[in-house]
Write a protein that binds this ligand. Structure first.
Ligand code: ADP
Ligand code: PHD
Length: 497
C-alpha cells in the first residue's frame, strides 16, 4: 500500500477524479491513505461579499394573516416575520407526491421559522435527463417520444401533480419545452455542455413549480423562483460553474424585496445559475443545490442553513460501503469541506465556503427521520477528545506524481490537459501517471496524527489492489469506531518511537 500522509493545508496533488483522459490502462491499484487534519484552511480565504448580511436581513411589518390549512406556517399578509432559515431538500426528499407532502409537514413543523426553501430535482431526474439527452443525440427526431428516460420523467411529474390534486398546467409548458429541446438535440445530433445545462435545469424548474403550487393549494403562501432569474450569477463553465460575488447582493436584494412587497415562502431551484457572459443557464456541479442553499444563507444573513437528506447526517463513512456507519454529531466547516472535497457524496465540495464566510451554522438532517439530531457544522468545536471524524473513499482517481527541481506553481491546468501534459512535463520532471487509483482519506484531529497512524497500521486494511478499497474502509471503520483497543495508546510514547 502506498501511504501518503498529508498534514498540509492545501488541496491534494493533481489527483483527477473521474479518470480523466488517457489510455485507460488499469494501474496496479495502490491505495493511498491520507491523514487530514481539521482546524485548517482548505481553500485560500476569499474576500467576503459586500456586507449584505445585516442590511439584507428581511424585516417585515406584522399584518393580518391568511390563515391556511397548515395553521401557523401561513405567511401573514402585508408583512409577516423575517426569513430566518434556509431549508434545502435533496432529490431523495422530494422524489414523489408523498415525499412532497412529508416535506410540507416538515416546513409546517417550525411555524416560528420563515424559511427560504431550496429544492433539487425529483428523485433521479437529473440522471434521467442526462441519459435522455445522450439518447436523443443518436435516435432521430421521430423516435424522441420513445426514449425511455423521457417517458419516466414525464410520467413521474404528471403522476405527482395528479396525486397532489394540482392542475397539469403547472408543468405542461415545461414538459412541452423539454420535449422540444430533446427533438432539437436529435435534429442537431449534438449535445453541447451549454445545452446539457439547459436540459438538466428542467428537473429543478419542475420540482419547484409543483411544490410551490402544492404549498399554495394547502394555504401556505409560496413563490416559485428560478435561481437564474433571481441573481445567481456564475462563470460560464457549463456543468461546473462558480458562483460570482455579485450573486450575494443581487440575491439578497431580490428575495428581500419580494418578501417585503408580498410575503410568500420563496421556493428556489437548487443547482442552477446564469452565466455572466453568455446569459445562459448554468449548473453548479452535481449536488450543487447544497451550494445554492448556503449561498442564500450567506446572502440574507440567515440564522441557520438546513440541508435535508436521506441519511441521519454526515456519517463516519459512506453507508453504501459499510452500513455500520454512525452519525457524526458535530463538524467544523473545514472538516466538512475536507470530507466533501475528498469524496464524501453527502455535501457539495464548495458548499461550506459561503456558510463559513457568513459564519452561519449548517445542520444536516434526515427528512425520513426528522427526530434524529443530525450533524451540526459550525466554525469551531471542541476537538479535545476527537481522534478520527470520518473515513472517505474517492475512487477512479488519476494521479500524477511529479518530481521536479523547479517550482511548478498551479496544477489546476493538469486536469484539463492530461493528454499533453505528461509529454510536456517529462521534459522537466520525472512523471508517473497512475490511473484507476483510490484515495482513502482519514479526516481527523491533526494533533492526534500519531495515534491515527498507529491505529491505521494496526487495522487489517488489505495492502494491495484498489478494488479492495472498500474492504479497507471496513477495516479502518472497525479499528477507529468499533474497537477501543488503541484509544488509550500513550501518545507520548508514540512520539518517541
Ligand atoms: N460520509 C457520508 N455521510 C453521509 N452520507 C454519505 C456519506 N458518504 C456518502 N454518502 C451518501 O450521500 C447520500 C446523501 O447525499 P445526496 O444523495 O447528495 O443527498 P440529497 O440528494 O438528498 O441532497 C447518502 O444517501 C449516502 O448514500
Ligand atoms: N439535481 C442535481 C442537484 C442536486 O443538488 O441534487 P441532490 O440535492 O439530489 O444531490 C443533481 O442531481 O446533481
Amino acid at each position: 500500500m502506498e501511504i501518503a500522509i498529508r498534514f498540509a493545508a492545501s488541496p491534494p496533488p493533481p489527483a483527477i477524479a473521474g479518470g480523466g483522459a488517457g489510455d485507460g490502462r488499469r494501474g496496479g491499484g495502490a491505495v493511498r491513505v491520507a491523514v487530514l487534519g481539521g482546524g485548517r484552511r482548505l481553500e485560500a480565504a476569499a474576500a467576503a461579499a459586500a456586507a449584505v448580511g445585516n442590511s439584507a436581513r428581511c424585516r417585515a411589518k406584522k399584518g393580518g394573516g391568511t390563515g391556511g390549512a397548515l395553521g401557523g406556517i401561513g405567511v401573514e399578509e402585508g408583512g409577516g416575520d423575517q426569513l430566518s432559515v434556509v431549508m434545502k431538500f435533496g432529490g431523495s426528499s422530494v422524489s414523489s407526491a408523498a415525499r412532497m407532502r412529508e416535506v410540507t409537514g416538515l416546513i409546517a413543523a417550525f411555524p416560528e421559522e420563515r424559511p427560504v426553501v431550496v429544492l433539487s430535482a425529483m428523485g433521479k431526474t437529473t440522471n434521467l435527463l442526462l441519459l435522455a439527452g445522450e439518447k436523443a443525440v443518436g435516435c432521430g427526431v421521430i423516435r424522441v417520444s420513445e426514449i425511455e428516460e423521457w417517458n419516466v420523467i414525464k410520467d413521474l411529474h404528471i403522476k405527482t401533480v395528479d396525486e397532489l390534486g394540482l392542475p397539469r398546467s403547472v408543468i405542461h409548458t415545461m414538459l412541452d419545452e423539454l420535449e422540444q429541446l430533446l427533438k432539437g438535440i436529435a435534429m442537431m445530433k449534438e449535445l453541447t455542455l451549454r445545452t446539457t445545462d439547459y436540459l438538466v435545469s428542467f428537473g429543478e424548474c419542475m420540482s419547484t413549480r409543483i411544490f410551490a403550487a402544492y404549498l399554495n393549494k394547502v394555504g401556505v403562501k409560496a413563490r416559485q423562483c428560478d435561481a437564474f432569474d433571481i441573481g445567481f450569477i456564475t462563470t460560464d463553465d457549463f456543468g461546473n460553474a462558480d458562483i460570482l460575488e455579485a450573486t450575494y447582493p443581487a440575491v439578497a436584494k431580490r428575495i428581500h424585496g419580494d418578501w417585503i412587497r408580498d410575503p410568500a415562502i420563496p421556493i428556489v431551484t437548487g443547482f442552477l445559475g446564469k452565466g455572466w457572459k453568455s446569459g445562459a443557464v448554468t449548473t453548479l456541479g452535481r449536488g450543487g443545490s447544497d451550494l445554492t442553499a448556503t449561498t442564500i444563507g450567506k446572502a440574507l444573513g440567515l440564522r441557520e442553513i438546513q440541508v435535508w437528506k436521506d441519511v441521519d447526517g454526515v456519517l463516519t463513512c459512506d453507508p453504501n460501503i459499510y452500513p455500520n456507519a454512525t452519525t457524526v454529531p458535530y463538524l467544523t466547516f473545514e472538516e466538512a469541506a475536507e470530507l466533501a472535497y475528498f469524496g464524501a457524496q453527502v455535501l457539495h465540495p464548495q458548499s461550506m465556503r459561503p456558510a463559513r464566510e457568513g459564519d452561519i451554522p449548517v445542520r444536516v438532517k434526515n427528512s425520513y427521520n426528522p427526530k434524529a439530531p443530525g450533524t451540526l457544522i459550525t466554525k469551531h468545536r471542541d476537538m479535545d477528545k476527537v481522534v478520527l471524524t470520518s473515513i472517505v473513499l474517492k475512487s477512479n482517481v488519476t494521479m500524477l506524481d511529479i518530481v521536479s527541481t523547479r517550482m511548478l506553481g498551479q496544477f489546476g491546468f493538469l486536469a484539463k490537459e492530461l493528454d499533453h501534459v505528461v509529454e510536456e512535463l517529462e521534459k522537466i520532471a520525472v512523471v508517473h501517471l497512475l490511473q484507476q487509483r483510490a484515495i482513502i482519506s482519514l479526516i481527523g484531529n491533526v494533533r492526534r496524527s500519531s495515534l491515527i497512524l498507529e491505529k491505521e497500521k494496526r487495522s487489517e486494511c488489505p495492502d494491495d489492489l484498489a478494488s479492495e478499497a472498500k474492504q479497507c474502509i471496513k477495516a479502518l471503520h472497525q479499528a477507529f469506531f468499533e474497537d477501543d483497543v488503541l484509544t488509550e495508546v500513550d501518545e507520548d510514547a508514540l512520539h518517541m518511537s
